[in-house]
Design a protein around this ligand. Sequence first.
Ligand SMILES: [Mn+2]
Length: 271
Amino acid sequence: MQNVVNINRESKDGDTYVVTDIHGDLDALTYLLREVGFDEKRDILIVVGDMIDRGDRSYDTAQYCRINPFVFPLEGNHEGLMRRALLRGGESYHVWLDEQNGGNWSQDYHNSVLLDVVSWFDSLPIAIELNIDAKYKIALMHASYPLDYNLSWEQLKDVLNKGEGAIVRRLKDHILWERRYERNDDNRSVSGLDAVVHGHTIQKEPRILGNRIYADTGGFINSDDHGLTLLRFVEGGTLMGLFDYYTIKRCPWTKGFFDVEWFESKKAPSS
Ligand SMILES: [Mn+2]
């Protein structure tokens, strides 16, 4: 598997959805997909990493992403944490299991089952280039575009797919973990792309910096101002004219779902 894979879509063939940081909340995801009318035969779902940890259904979420041909998953830092925990053990194992990282769901599974999940993680790309109607070019990667390396998208893709050794490891680490650009309100744009979609750093609502979209709205947090967000590519959409989005929240007390909040271009959202 290459580090960067291409997806070429014609919008007439079906919708393209994006979700990030599911963190084991498969129920929230399937509820959302049902609400928006996701069509498993025509539509696709890109998952921008962190399928697992914190949520009870981490294993099921990974299997859902692995088995369904309409899902295109990427690696996130939590997939890496799990891999290190199981293959290296020792301190990495405790780091993964601690409360903050939330790997303790794994206690219910046999080691061979977990190792099988990890072997699948090894096959995941770390970035996707999504081309729609040969008109829009959007990259997706978990935490951050490595802005400080001053690479255009074509250059970054080249290094990730053809380079090797320390530089690829450093870039990969950056792509899966870095929060600095968002924390510093860095609004540089990436050249060669219409947009880059990230997860990883939690926002109250999808945040735009330059041509980068941070779409992790903290699905695993049970509160009024966090939820799981699904993006749908729509020409003229509410987010940068490229996506509409839908957020589902859980009630902090009952843990049941509130209604899905719709942010659609047609409906003129109250921003
Ligand atoms: Mn993450």
